[in-house]
Design a protein around this ligand. Structure first.
Ligand SMILES: [Zn+2]
Ligand SMILES: [Zn+2]
Length: 283
């Protein structure tokens, strides 16, 4: 057990070293540097386990304090779990502060400052799909798995490639594309939850939409093979977040708007769709 931890520890520091080196050598695009810390560490390692000096080194290299934001992620997630996956902002923040201030170093920090930092950290958790806020002021876990402190060497290369692909310079990208010519496609096994949908509910939303997207209100972009306007059904409160598979939670959207809801899930869009779903039932 001890040996394993030791081995993992070494890999973590190697990975960090590599990142810092790459930043210094300009492999990454400049404007992307501020996102590096979070992205690269997501699911890879627990920043809290690093020595203070290493943390500072990363912060300096990335010109941001996002490393310090990262340490709020686990307290936020755990606070939400404690209260059943969903809670008011004030309650989550209060609980998260309690968890953080257990650490002596933090107790001197001013609570308002901590509160703001937690709110900001929540923004990142939401951006990366761990939390979504709906309705305003309530935080909900989406069900996306958060594993803090787990460094897996199997997923390190995978995550790093994904990250690099987004953030390296054009020059570096071309270099790597050339290296990947004739690369064998690798496969991996994943497990996933399949949600069974009620066909009557989805058909109901489609028919009520009458060929028009319920978000942008444009006509469906094409007809399917049967000549029916192509719209996709969407659960306003996602099934993965505990949403109901019922008519008041389902709308019909064009593929663009459907993608928008899954990528941005903007509050104003959510509100509009709730009204539309309600109209489906009454009109
Ligand atoms: Zn649309
Ligand atoms: Zn959807």
């Amino acid at each position: 057990m001890r040996d394993m931890a030791h081995e993992i520890g070494l890999k973590e520091s190697e990975a960090i070293h590599e990142i810092i080196k790459n930043i210094e050598e300009g492999v990454y695009r400049n404007e992307a540097v501020s996102d590096i810390t979070f992205e690269i560490f997501e699911g890879l390692m627990d920043i809290e386990s690093l020595p203070e000096k290493k943390k500072q080194e990363i912060e300096k290299a990335t010109h941001i304090g996002r490393v310090s934001g990262y340490r709020f992620f686990s307290p936020i997630i755990n606070s939400l779990k404690e209260i059943g996956g969903s809670g008011k902002s004030s309650e989550v923040v209060f609980r998260a502060i309690e968890k953080i201030t257990v650490d002596k170093k933090e107790s001197s920090l001013n609570k308002t400052k901590l509160k703001n930092q937690i709110e900001r950290a929540k923004g990142h958790l939401s951006k990366y799909g761990y939390i979504y806020s709906n309705p305003i002021g309530v935080w909900n876990l989406t069900g996306k798995n958060w594993e803090s402190g787990i460094f897996s060497s199997q997923n390190y290369n995978e995550t790093k490639d994904k990250f690099d692909a987004q953030y390296i310079t054009d020059e570096e990208l071309i270099k790597r594309v050339k290296q990947s010519i004739n690369n064998v496609v690798k496969t991996t096994q994943i497990t996933t939850n399949i949600y069974k949908r009620n066909h009557y509910v989805t058909q109901f939303a489609r028919r009520k939409a009458k060929g028009t997207c319920q978000l942008c209100e444009e006509t469906a972009p094409f007809n399917d093979r049967e000549g029916r306007p192509y719209l996709e059904t969407h659960h306003i409160v996602w099934l993965s977040a505990g949403g109901d598979d019922s008519a008041e939670n389902v709308v019909a959207l064009c593929p663009n708007c459907h993608a928008k809801m899954h990528i941005l899930n903007v509050d104003s869009d959510i509100e509009k769709l709730k009204i539309k779903a309600g109209e489906n039932l009454t009109a």
